[in-house]
Design a protein around this ligand. Structure first.
Ligand code: BGC
Length: 442
C-alpha cells in the first residue's frame, strides 16, 4: 500500500446547484423548458430534493461525512423574480443557508449562476440580450452584499459553455436548443462580460473573498486528421473562457470524461481551410463542437466502459485537464469544483474517486496548484434534460419519500477528507481499484 498525502488545508467538498436540488423553481427558464413540448426533457424538476426546506439536514449530513466544504448555488429567478424586484425573503434564505454551512464548521463556496435564468431575462433573449451582463452584475452585488462576509469562495458562472454552445450550437438539451452561430458568439461575449463584472463586484464588496469561474473541461484525444477539429472545440468551448480568468483568484475545474476525435488524415487540411473563412466556419462549427469532440454525450468509443450518461468512464481525465489548465494559465490556483460519475453501482463511484484522486495527486506532485476537490454531487438530483435517471450522489435520495441514505462512497470520500490521505495499492491506482470492483458493461 502507498499513502498519498494531500495538503492540510485542502478543500474537500461536495456540490449541488439550486435548480437541481431545491424544487419548485417556478420563476426560472428551466421550469418552463421542462414543461414545454418538444424540448427532449425526460422529466420536470418538480420538487427535486426539496433542499430549499431540507437544507439544514443535508448540510449536517455533509459535515458528518467528514467533508469540509459545501459548494451550492443561489437562484437568480428566486432572488429577482421580476426585473428590479429583489425578494428579501429569498436573500434572507440564502443568508441562512450560509450561516448553517458555517455553523456546521464547513467552508461555503457560492455559485452565482448555475445554468438557470429568471423567466423575464430568458424572455428577452437570455445571454443574447445586451442588458443581461449588467443585470447579472446588479444581481451579483445584491447577493454578495446580502450573504455577509462569511463566504470565502465565489464561483461567478457555472460552465458558461453549457449556455453558449449548449444553448446555441448543439443538441445538449439546453434552452433554447437552436443552432445559431450569431447568437452563439453574442452569448459567449455576454457570459465573459458578466463573469468579469461579477469578479469586480465580489472584489469590491468582499476584498477577502476569492472569485473564479467554474469551467467546463473535458480531456480530448485526437489523431492527426481530427486535431484541427478537436483544437477548435477546445478553443471555443474551454479556452475562450479560461482566457477570461486573468483577474480571477482561481479557476474551478469541472470534468467528467474524455472525448475522442479520430478522422481520416484528409480531414485536417479541409477543416483548417473551412475554419479560415467565417461563413464556412459558421456552417460547420456546430458539427465540430457537437461532434465527438466537445460535449459529454455520445463520445465513448465502441466497447468502452461507459457511465449512465453514455460517457467514457475515465477518472484519469481529471489529471489530464488539470495539467492542461496549469500550463495554459500558469500560477493560477485551481480548485476541482466538480468531478463525479453517474452510476447505479456505488462500487464504481468508490473506484472513480480513488483513481481520480490518485491521478490528481500525481498532477499536484508535478506542481499543479490544486487547492481542493469538490465532488459532484452531494446527493442524487435533477440531471437537466436527463431527468432523475442518472445517479451522481454520495447520498441516495428516494424521490417519493425524500429519504436520504448515505452511500458507501460518501463515507469513503469523507474518510479521505478526514485523514487527508488516500491509500492505493502498489500495483497502481487503476489496477488496485479495478481489482475490488467489477467494471460496468456498456
Ligand atoms: C454541471 C452539473 C451537472 C453535471 C453532470 C456539470 O456539467 O455543472 O449541473 O449535473 O455536470 O452532468
Amino acid at each position: 500500500m502507498t499513502t498519498l498525502d494531500f495538503p492540510r488545508d485542502f478543500l474537500w467538498g461536495a456540490a449541488t446547484s439550486a435548480h437541481q436540488v431545491e424544487g419548485d423553481n417556478v420563476n426560472s427558464d428551466w421550469w418552463d423548458w421542462e414543461l414545454a413540448p418538444g424540448t427532449h426533457c425526460k422529466a420536470p424538476s418538480g420538487k427535486a430534493c426539496e433542499h430549499y426546506t431540507r437544507y439544514p439536514r443535508d448540510i449536517e449530513l455533509l459535515a458528518a461525512l467528514g467533508l469540509n466544504t459545501y459548494r451550492f448555488s443561489v437562484e437568480w429567478a428566486r432572488i429577482e423574480p421580476s426585473e428590479g424586484v429583489f425578494d428579501p425573503e429569498a436573500l434572507d434564505h440564502y443568508r441562512r443557508v450560509v450561516e448553517c454551512v458555517l455553523e456546521n464548521g464547513l467552508v461555503p463556496m457560492v455559485t452565482l449562476n448555475h445554468f438557470t435564468l429568471p423567466r423575464w431575462v430568458a424572455a428577452e433573449g437570455g445571454w443574447t440580450w445586451n442588458r443581461t451582463p449588467a443585470l447579472f452584475e446588479r444581481y451579483s452585488r445584491r447577493v454578495v452584499d446580502a450573504l455577509g462576509d462569511g463566504v470565502p469562495w465565489y464561483c461567478t458562472i457555472n460552465e458558461p459553455t453549457a449556455m453558449s454552445t449548449g444553448g446555441y450550437m448543439s443538441d445538449w438539451g439546453f434552452p433554447p436548443r437552436v443552432v445559431d452561430p450569431r447568437r452563439w458568439r453574442t452569448s459567449i461575449a455576454a457570459l465573459i462580460d458578466a463573469h468579469r463584472r461579477a469578479v469586480i463586484a465580489i472584489h469590491e464588496l468582499r476584498p477577502g473573498a476569492k472569485a473564479g469561474l467554474a469551467a467546463f473541461t473535458v480531456e480530448t484525444v485526437a489523431n492527426a486528421g481530427g486535431k484541427p477539429a478537436a483544437d477548435y472545440a477546445l478553443r471555443m468551448n474551454q479556452d475562450i473562457f479560461l482566457e477570461a480568468t486573468a483577474d480571477d483568484d482561481f479557476i474551478g475545474v469541472q470534468t467528467y470524461t474524455r472525448n475522442h476525435l479520430f478522422l481520416p488524415r484528409i480531414a485536417a487540411p479541409l477543416t483548417r481551410l473551412a475554419l479560415a473563412v467565417r461563413p464556412i466556419e459558421d456552417r460547420i462549427a456546430a458539427r465540430l463542437l457537437d461532434l465527438k469532440t466537445a460535449a459529454p454525450g455520445t463520445q465513448a468509443l465502441p466497447g468502452q466502459r461507459v457511465t449512465q450518461m453514455g460517457w467514457e468512464y475515465r477518472p484519469d481525465a481529471l489529471s489530464a485537464v488539470v495539467r492542461r489548465i496549469a500550463k495554459l494559465c500558469p500560477g493560477k490556483d485551481l480548485v476541482v469544483t466538480e468531478n463525479g460519475v453517474a452510476t447505479l453501482k456505488d462500487t464504481e463511484r468508490v473506484e472513480f474517486i480513488t483513481r481520480a484522486l490518485a491521478a490528481l495527486h500525481e498532477a499536484m506532485a508535478e506542481g499543479a496548484p490544486v487547492r481542493g476537490y469538490i465532488h459532484w454531487s452531494l446527493m442524487d438530483n435533477f440531471e437537466w434534460a436527463h431527468g432523475y435517471g442518472p445517479k451522481f450522489g454520495l447520498i441516495a435520495v428516494d424521490f417519493e419519500t425524500q429519504e436520504r441514505t448515505v452511500r458507501p462512497s460518501g463515507f469513503y470520500l469523507g474518510g479521505i477528507a478526514r485523514s487527508g490521505q488516500l491509500y492505493v495499492e502498489d500495483a497502481g491506482p487503476a489496477e488496485a481499484a479495478t481489482a475490488t470492483s467489477r467494471p460496468a458493461t456498456a
